[in-house]
Design a binder for this molecule. Structure first.
Ligand SMILES: Nc1ncnc2c1ncn2[C@@H]1O[C@H](COP(=O)(O)OP(=O)(O)OP(=O)(O)O)[C@@H](O)[C@H]1O
Length: 226
């Protein structure tokens, strides 16, 4: 269980997250949605301890930091680190030895190529594979489906289902509602740094209806597209 209590975060004078509280249970997949700039990535960086924050993140996991795997929306790799070395770096940090990486290379990545020269989707696949090899209990995935090819996305969906069966806790941010709908047990909505709703699967259709019927106003006319 991960318990977030009154978490707030500011950058300078700008308040990004205001007094956010929620709980994440084991064996569940949570979706985090919100418009661009709502604070999803900032919240993830607070959960992983990359950013300082006010409030508390409590957990029954022995050491949250050492049991969490964070997939950033744009994973960064040092210039001269191969895919293989990156995996070794992350697994060594957890004292895990991976034999026969080739056999476990589920996305068929060129492991001896510098990861910094991978394509966007390949970078995401490598970063995901590495946190899976780490055998984390808590997965924080920032837009895991973006930039990944169709087969990759199907495989990621299957991986998520398996993580759920293995009683792991997963939180995913995504702008792709159709995918969230199939994958997530609950959807958390972040609006301008405030947590507005926690929506259960049974209410997804209402949420979808609301999203489809949003009032676009005269945006197209503003562009001269009349
Ligand atoms: N290092 C930073 N310094 C100052 N402001 C920042 C910093 N990082 C993020 N912000 C601001 O915090 C707000 C939330 O950004 P964040 O990246 O968390 O949004 P998001 O919900 O993940 O957006 P998106 O859907 O576009 O990925 C934005 O206004 C952004 O400009």
């Amino acid at each position: 269980m991960i318990k977030v209590e009154k978490l707030s975060k500011s950058y300078g004078r700008k308040k990004i997250l205001s007094n956010i509280s929620f709980e994440l249970e084991e064996g569940k997949i949570y979706g985090l949605v919100g418009e661009n700039g709502a604070g999803k990535t900032t919240l993830f960086k607070c959960l992983t301890g990359i950013e300082k924050y006010q409030g508390d993140v409590k957990s029954n996991l022995e050491k949250l930091k050492n049991s969490s795997g964070f997939l950033p929306s744009e994973p960064y790799f040092f210039k001269k680190t191969t895919g293989r070395e990156y995996i070794q770096l992350l697994t060594n940090a957890r004292k895990i030895v991976i034999d026969n990486i080739e056999d476990k290379n589920i996305f068929n990545l060129p492991l001896d190529q510098y990861a910094s020269t991978y394509s966007t989707g390949m970078k995401k696949k490598l970063a995901l594979m590495a946190i899976l090899f780490q055998k984390n209990d808590f997965f924080i995935l920032d837009e895991p489906f973006n930039g990944v090819d169709i087969e990759g996305n199907i495989l990621i969906e299957k991986i998520l289902q398996k993580l759920k069966e293995l009683n792991k806790t997963v939180i995913i941010s995504s702008h792709i509602f159709t995918t969230l709908k199939t994958v997530c047990d609950e959807i958390i909505i972040l609006e301008k740094g405030n947590l507005t709703k926690h929506i259960k699967r049974t209410d997804y259709s209402k949420l979808e209806h609301k999203m489809k019927n949003f009032n676009m106003g005269n945006q197209l006319e503003k562009l001269g597209l009349t």
